[in-house]
Design a protein around this ligand. Structure first.
Ligand SMILES: Cc1cc2nc3c(=O)[nH]c(=O)nc-3n(C[C@H](O)[C@H](O)[C@H](O)COP(=O)(O)OP(=O)(O)OC[C@H]3O[C@@H](n4cnc5c(N)ncnc54)[C@H](O)[C@@H]3O)c2cc1C
Length: 642
């Protein structure tokens, strides 16, 4: 069989190649994209109505027969389009766009949500998350400091640059990229659908996987930096040590340290923290941790110099990182023991390790608007809140004690069944893998079978005995046994609630940020903090969007809000904006009430979503729409204005 040439454009492909390509399309997105050829796709839909079936292998709710029919119709239309030499499609009317938006998941979008939906669809690259600031209104001398050059810091830099506002970005790392620079463990990959994990202003359709790996993600962020000419705006190996607010001049005095140990002090009008939530590796408090004689490292700082071949390896932790790297390293090791304190819920995701075929990538490049509709399809089906409704508690629920509602219990049943099926009759393994808390109580992990397949290997053990201590030779468990190892890998996550640590931030009246928070970080909308004028956070407290689209969506909404604050300052000659204490307090009371109504807020569940006080300081407990709506425009009434 001759291989196909996927560098050909639609104009030049044969009927056969076109058919092969279309066989790999997402049908709802394909039919929506056909609208662009004839002004509407109604004639192609042949009575087909997609619907979302969460976690199903075929989540569009269509029968195979319906898919075949739809693709045949699409073939006829695209063949004719090709034969006519692919003229540029005319701009679709608003009514037709809306019609296709409703069609794509078979669910009418409520009128009040049309704005967020068309913003996300971004059909003609309108980038409605960008806030335009009148060029003449930006004071020339105004300077913003962005701390961090990960996904959020790059985003901040793009928006500030577009608006013509002077800024510096600093990062303590030797390279840009944050999470995607630091996490280089084998198998590290995104677990949001990749077509949603990219900026609205730099859409990328050519991802090699449905969930691509760390190298491709880092490469993407570095490409954005180049595309927007940001490299020279970013000072690497520069760590912010402290920031001090000067009331009289309405400026922040920022002290930073470079890689050669030189301290410098600079003044800025505003600070945007883009320090991330998942940046500082956390180690468990196990007695004797430093006494281990072998090699030990954290998964987020992978020791690539350590060859695991033929070694006896311990992995402590069974969260997202462990589930990603354990299958990758298992076959190298002589013995692999995975120490589990608490099992993660495994959410079926068949395509978790599937690469995109050349034909799929070709469709994204060649079928007009198909890539846009595919991203929109993902946003509608998995993105907008996804499983969130399954994680809300039901009043007076008295079903299974490890569930919080009827929907949550039904989800639990389905997930338990999937675990049992994969454990294949090994009752002990199944019992160890079934979590003892409701789905959504902790961060779930995506599962295409690799995790349990790996745990079933003869030289791999899932160890549920609690760890008593670490000794020179290995790990002692509570039953008294000593497990000998050459290497111990900590897959124990991050100090997620240590926002901005260890920076010393001193705001108005000498109040220090961490003393104010006392280990319980709170911010208004996760963005602004009373007592800290002209200071903004991206991916700050209670902004972790746990189900649905991606943290990029969250940060983009937050950055628009921050730009709104700057715009307000510029247009009104305001020197300082400081959020009101009462607004922040009331907001967080609401957050706490709503967190308690979510599976992760349950008093029986402990996780990194909660801080030392047991309060959920990480997650956003609402819907995407609510997040979008509340961050859309700052309300001057929320602020003290100087
Ligand atoms: C392994 C992993 C996988 C993830 N997968 C997903 C996913 O699938 N979907 C999803 O939506 N989200 C995911 N996330 C969460 C989130 O999307 C990423 O953490 C993302 O990189 C956050 O971007 P950020 O810029 O806010 O923070 P970061 O990427 O953490 O960047 C913060 C930057 O700030 C710098 N910094 C911190 N303190 C200072 C200081 N004092 N001075 C100077 N620089 C400083 C750091 O060096 C770092 O470069 C994942 C996170 C991790 C860790």
């Amino acid at each position: 069989m001759t291989s196909m040439d996927w560098s050909l454009s639609l104009k030049d492909v044969s009927d056969k190649q076109l058919r092969i390509a279309l066989a790999q399309t997402n049908v709802p997105a394909l039919l929506a994209s056909l609208s662009h050829l004839d002004g509407s796709s109604r004639q192609f839909r042949a009575g087909i109505t997609p619907r979302v079936v969460q976690l199903a292998e075929e989540e569009d709710g269509l029968s195979e027969e319906e898919r075949v029919t739809a693709r045949a119709l699409a073939f006829d239309r695209l063949q004719a389009y090709r034969n006519a030499s692919c003229p540029d499609p005319e701009k679709l009317s608003d009514a037709s766009v809306e019609e296709a938006m409703h069609f794509i998941t078979g669910e009418k979008i409520p009128a009040e949500q049309m704005a967020i939906m068309s913003e996300e669809l971004n059909l003609y690259g309108e980038d409605r998350r960008r806030l335009n600031i009148e060029a003449g209104s930006v004071p020339q001398e105004y300077r913003v400091l962005v701390i961090g050059s990960g996904m959020s810091g790059i985003l901040a830099a793009v928006r500030l640059k577009e608006a013509g506002i002077s800024f510096d970005v600093v990062d303590k790392n030797p390279e840009i990229g944050g999470t995607w620079f630091l996490n280089t463990y084998p198998g590290c990959q995104v677990d949001s659908a990749n077509h949603l994990y990219n900026y609205i202003f730099a859409p990328e359709s050519q991802w090699p996987g449905h969930f691509s790996g760390q190298p491709e993600l880092l490469d993407y962020f570095l490409r954005v930096v180049e595309e927007f000419g940001l490299r020279d705006d970013i000072q690497l190996e520069t760590e912010v040590l402290s920031a001090l607010w000067h009331e009289n001049t309405a400026e922040w005095e920022v002290c930073s340290l470079d890689s050669e140990g030189n301290k410098s002090t600079n003044r800025y009008d505003s600070i945007v923290s883009a320090c991330g939530q998942l940046n500082l590796p956390a180690f468990p408090d196990i007695p004797g941790r430093d006494s281990f004689a072998g090699i030990a490292f954290h998964s987020a700082r992978w020791n690539h110099g350590s060859d695991l071949s033929g070694k006896r390896v311990a992995v402590i932790g069974t969260g997202c990182s462990a589930v990603q790297f354990v299958p990758e390293i298992a076959d190298k090791t002589a013995k692999l023991e995975v120490f589990q304190r608490s099992a993660p819920w495994l959410l079926p995701a068949e395509e978790y390790h599937l690469t995109m075929t050349e034909a799929e990538l070709w469709c994204f490049r060649n079928i007009p608007f198909y890539a846009r509709w595919y991203r929109f399809y993902l946003f509608r089906s998995r993105g907008v809140d996804g499983l969130l409704p399954f994680f809300f508690t039901q009043k007076n629920w008295n079903g299974h004690s490890h569930s919080v509602s009827a929907d949550n219990a039904a989800l639990r049943d389905a997930l338990v069944e999937s675990i049992r099926e994969q454990a294949g009759g090994d009752e002990a393994l199944a019992a160890a893998l079934i979590p003892d808390y409701p789905p959504g109580g902790k961060r779930p992990v995506l599962d295409d079978g690799q995790w349990i397949d790996t745990l079933k290997k003869p030289h791999v053990t899932l160890q549920s005995q609690p760890i008593l201590a670490i000794e020179a030779e290995g790990i002692r468990t509570e039953d008294g046994a000593l497990h000998n190892f050459d290497v111990v890998i900590y897959a124990t996550g991050f100090k997620a609630d240590h926002f901005l640590q260890p920076i010393k931030m001193t705001g108005r009246d000498g109040r220090e940020l961490h003393d104010t928070w006392k280990g319980n970080p709170q911010a208004y909308l996760g963005i602004t903090v009373p007592g800290f004028p002209n200071f903004y956070c991206l991916y700050g407290p209670n902004t972790n969007i746990v189900t649905g689209s991606s943290i990029i969506f969250g940060s983009e909404c937050e950055m628009r809000y921050i730009m709104g604050c700057l715009k307000f300052q510029f247009e009104n000659g305001v020197k300082a904006l400081e959020v009101r204490e009462d607004r922040c307090r009331d907001y967080n009371v609401l957050i706490d009430t709503r967190s308690r109504e979510c599976a992760w807020g349950s008093e029986h569940v402990d996780s990194w979503y909660k801080n030392a006080e047991g309060r959920v300081s990480q997650n956003w407990p609402g819907t995407h729409w609510e997040w979008w709506q509340q961050t859309r425009t700052p309300d001057p009434g929320d602020f003290h204005i100087v």
